[in-house]
Design a protein around this ligand. Sequence first.
Ligand code: HEC
Ligand code: HEC
Length: 324
Amino acid sequence: MKKVLRMLGLLLAGVVFLGACAATFVQVRGIPSYDKPQVAAQKIVATPARIAHGQKIVNAMCADCHLNKQTGALTGKLLTELPPEFGKLYSANITQDKQHGIGAWSDEELVGLLRTGIGRDGRFRVVMPNFVHMSDEDVASVISYLHSTDSQVQPNATPSHEQEPSFLAKALVNTVMKPLPMPAGAVLAPEPTDAVAYGRYLVIGRYKCYDCHSKDFKTNNHLEPEQSEGYLAGGAAMTMPDGSSIVTRNLTPDPETGLGDWTEAQFVQAVRYGQSPHGPLRAPMPKFTLMDETEAKAIYAYLRTVPVLKNATPEDGAAAVATR
Ligand code: HEC
Ligand code: HEC
C-alpha cells in the first residue's frame, strides 16, 4: 500500500513538474514564429475596378479592426471586442508608411500574411483573421486598395502597439491556434449567376460570416468551414463597444431560432443596412454598407440550403432559450 502511495506521489510530482515546464515554455516562448510562407512571385496590377472592389472588402472586413477613429486612417487600435481573458491585443498600422505601416511589404508578403497569418518577419499575427478561401482576384483587389490614393491608407507614422497577450492567449497560440497553409492552387470565386454557390463563397471566402456566426471561435475549422461546430447557428460570444457581452445569431433556416421565417427583403435590409426585424443590429456585427444587392440575395439563397440547427441565442427571448 505504502509503495503504491509513494508511486502515486512521484507520479503526481512528475505531472506537476511537467505542467510547470509547459507553463514556463509558453510564457517564455510567447507568440511563435514560423518559416515565411512560399508565395509565387507576383506583381499585382491595380486597376480602378480592383481598387473600388478592394475598398468595399476592406471597409467590410478590415476597417472594424484597423480603422482608428482618432487618425481617420487604418493605423490600428486596441481591440475592445475581444474577451478580456485574451489580454490586450492591438491591430496594426496598415497604411503605406514605410516604417510603421506596410509601405515596405512586397505583394508576396501581403498575400502570404492574408492567406496564412504569418508576417514578413515570420511572427504569427494572432487574431488577424486569415483569408484562406478568398479568391485570388479579391485578394488582389484588397492589396490594390491598400496601395491606392484613398485617404485611409496614406502613409501615417503612428506606430503599431506591441501585443500584450494573456497567458491563455499564449497557450492557445502554442497549441490550437495555428497559421494556415498557402492554398495549393488558384482560388476562384463562382459566377454571381449561380446564386447558391456564389452565396457560399461570400459566407466562407469574402466576408467570413461563418467565423462569427458559428458556435465558438475556438472550434471553427478554417480549412473546412462547414466542419466548424454549430456551423452558422450562432452562439459565439463577443464584446460590444460598451463592454457588455453579446452572442452572434443563428443564421440557419430554423423557423424558431434561425432565419427560417425571414423574407429575402428582410434579410437584405438587415445585412446591408443593419436593420433586422428585431431592431438595429449592434457592433461587432459589421456594417456591410458597400455590399451590393446581388451579394446579399446570393447569401440569402445559400443560407436557405445549409443544415438546419436549433440554437436559441439570448435575443430570441427567454422562452426560446429555456427550451435549449
Ligand atoms: C479581428 C480584427 C482584425 C481584422 C478583421 C483584420 N485584422 Fe489585420 N491585424 C489584426 C491584428 C490583431 C494584427 C496583428 C498585429 C500584430 O500582431 O502585430 C493584424 C495585422 C495585420 C497586418 C500586418 C501588419 C504588421 O505590420 O504586422 C496586415 C497587413 C493586416 N492586418 C491587414 C488586414 C487586412 C487587409 C484585413 C482585411 C482583409 C484585416 N487585416 C482584417 C486584426 C485584424
Ligand atoms: C465580427 C463578427 C460578425 C461577422 C463577421 C458577421 N456577423 Fe452577423 N452578427 C454578429 C453579431 C454580434 C450579431 C448580433 C447583433 C445584435 O444582436 O444586435 C449579428 C447579427 C446578424 C443578423 C441578425 C440576426 C437576427 O436574428 O436578428 C444577421 C442576419 C447577420 N448577423 C448576418 C450576417 C451575415 C450575412 C454576415 C456575413 C456577410 C455576418 N452576419 C457577419 C456578428 C458578426
